[in-house]
Structures are given as C-alpha cells and as structure tokens.
Design a protein. Structure first.
Length: 373
C-alpha cells in the first residue's frame, strides 16, 4: 500500500510525533510491555499516549506503572481518543479481527501482531477493510526488519555465497513441548490460531522469504507427536491439539532447495540454525531459541578458499535504533526497527514494512501449502 497520501504520512513528514495507543499493554509481563513499549521509547517520531486493557482498574494500574496518563477499559474508548493516531493491537489472536475492525472503522491506522487473523478468512477480511479505507497498516512480521536479516539479504544479493543451491532451517518453538506455563494453555488449542505452525514457523518463513525470495512449490506437513503437555504449576496434563512438529520443503526462485523442521519445546542441541549454501560460500544464522523475530541473532560466513565460518559484523548503517541492545533488548529489537522503517515508508512512500495485504498473503502461503500426506 502506498502510504504517502495518508493523513498519517502527512503527520510523519511534519516531524510531529505519531500518537500511539496500545491495546493489551498490561502491567506485568505482557508482550506489549516487553517489546512495543521499549521499542516506541527508543524510536524518535512516536509518542505513547494511551493504553487499554480488559478493565478500567487494570488499565489504570498499567498506566501508573508505565507513565501513560490516558487509560481505557475498552478498545472502543481508546480508538475514539483524538490523541491516538496509530493503534497497536497486542492481544491474543482470537480477538484481533474485532479490535482491528473497531480501529479501522474509526479511521485509525493499525499495527496488528502476527498472526494477523485466526485463519486466512479473517486476515483477508481485515486486509480488505484496510484497503477500502486506504488506511496505512502494519502486520507484526518484524523478523525481516532485523538488522542481521537485512545484512544477510544484501550479502546474498551481492553474491557472497554465489548462486544459492539450498537453504535449511531447524528450529525449536519453546512452547508446544512437554510442559506448558499456567497462563499459556490457549496456545495448545489449534482452534485459537497461535500454534507452532503460525508463530515461529510463520515468522521464520517470512524472514527467509525476505532474504531469499518467496518459496515455490511449498509443502508443509504439521505432525502431532504429543497430545498433551504438563502444566508447570499444577503438574496436571493439558490437552494439546496443535501440532508439535512442522516439516516443510519447497524451491526458491532460481531452483534452490528449501527445507524446514520446527519442533515443539526446547532442544538440548540446536534451537535455531539457518544455513544458506551456495556455489561460492555459506551463511549461517543461529539463535538460542527458534524465534528469529525476538531472539539475538548471530551471523557467520565463509567463502572462496575458507574451510570454516567466521563471525560477520553487521555494519553500523543497518542499525537504525542504536539505543537498544540486540541481546539485552532482544524482544524489542526487531520491533523497534520495524517502527523505524514504517516511519520511512510514511515519509518516503516506500513499502518496506509488511502491511495487512502482506499479512493475508502470508496466511495464504501457509494454509495453501499444508498437507496431511
């Protein structure tokens, strides 16, 4: 979507801060608190002006903790606030469509976490509404905004590995393993749309596509090896209908082979390893968990006559948010760079950050590739 003609773009070009309201910014350990809050505070051009949670008292507690004066017990009140220009939806997936539609109907731009909707139909509905209203949107596929992935993308484009022959990803989901935390039971139910397939695999697929191009002939097979997980608080088993294994393969533009294996839980070995193998060299990205969108990433490479890998430093030009540390602030790091790139899109009429149309397309690419055979 070309955002350059929107009122939000005019505001961004005026150098006045964009007023942000976050739906789902709790007082104790919410995703928005760990990621969006530090990201917004590190990127000039935004100002957090409002928040809403599930009730007025909880919103007031969160506002007191985070220094936000405008607090609301409902999303409808937040989107009606004149001081809010951009609404951030950071709640559980089953609530995304209702909240996004409320914000869009009020004429507000929206950043919605990934997955965009609970399934393709919901994602397409939100993308359609955003297109019809010509409102700038962002979907939270922030891995592609991470400086390490941006650097890897340019290395591949500049011929560091030569012609790409294959790429392989192995990752651990963290969740969907032998145990589950008391507050995370909802992710074990496939009907809620927050699964190993949609979250870590979906984020990684989008990041890989940003570096190597969109995989073609993609086939994805989710497999359930576990049917329950043990609640770490009560010690009781909790049913699990979401798959705990995801295996996929496809071909990249140009014919290179792409393979993926995601497994639930954590491995005693490698929890994230992405290799890009070419005729002239190799690139390897690793992380302590299988979520490149929220994990510190290490990039190594080797080429020509080298027989090993050496660390590759990301040039300073890729680091657009120097106030954050890629390790200490890992949960917020890629999110902050997505916010930074969104400002660039608004001011320059570019489209580097994925919008709702991209989010619907990513849903489509996953759902159309799933097979049970």
């Amino acid at each position: 979507m070309n955002t350059s003609a929107s009122p939000l773009a005019e505001l961004a070009r005026s150098e006045k801060p964009i007023g942000v309201g976050i739906i789902g910014l709790g007082a104790h350990g919410s995703w928005a608190e760990r990621s969006h809050l530090p990201a917004l505070r590190a990127v000039p051009g935004y100002e957090l002006r409002a928040l809403s949670t599930s009730s007025k008292p909880s919103a007031e507690r969160s506002g007191h903790r985070h220094g936000v004066s405008r607090t609301f017990g409902t999303a409808a009140e937040l989107v009606a606030c004149d001081e809010v220009d951009l609404v951030v939806v950071a709640v559980k997936v089953p609530h995304h469509r209702e909240l996004v539609r409320t914000a869009l109907s009020a004429g507000k731009s929206v950043l919605c976490e990934w997955p965009l909707g609970n399934g393709l139909a919901q994602a397409e509905d939100m993308a359609r509404q955003a297109r019809d209203l010509a409102v700038p949107t962002v979907v939270g596929l922030q891995a592609r905004s991470h400086p390490v992935l941006a650097h890897a993308r340019d290395l591949v484009a500049d011929g560091y590995v030569g012609e790409v022959l294959s790429t392989t990803v192995v990752g651990s989901g963290g969740t969907w393993g032998a145990t589950v935390n008391p507050g995370d039971h909802y992710v074990l139910d496939a009907a809620n749309g927050t699964t190993l397939l949609t979250v870590p695999f979906g984020h990684t697929l989008d990041g890989l596509a940003s570096v190597l191009g969109e995989p073609e002939e993609l086939r994805i097979r989710p497999v359930s090896r576990r049917t329950s997980a043990v609640d770490t608080g009560s010690g009781r088993p909790v049913p699990m209908t979401a798959a705990d294994q995801v295996v996929a393969s496809g071909r990249l533009p140009g014919g290179a082979v792409a393979t993926f294996h995601y497994r639930g839980g954590m491995s005693r070995g490698t929890n994230f390893r992405w290799e890009i193998n070419g005729t002239e060299g190799d690139l390897v990205l690793t992380a302590p968990i299988g979520h490149p969108q929220l994990s510190p990433l290490t990039l190594e490479g080797g080429r020509d006559t080298s027989t090993g890998l050496t660390p590759l430093t990301v040039p300073a030009s890729y680091v657009r948010v120097p106030e954050l540390d890629p390790r200490a602030d890992a949960a917020a790091y890629a999110v902050a760079h997505a916010y930074r790139r969104f400002l660039d899109d608004l001011r320059e009429g570019t489209s580097a950050v994925p919008d709702f149309a991209h989010g619907a397309a990513r849903h489509r690419s996953i759902e159309s590739a799933v097979t049970t055979t």
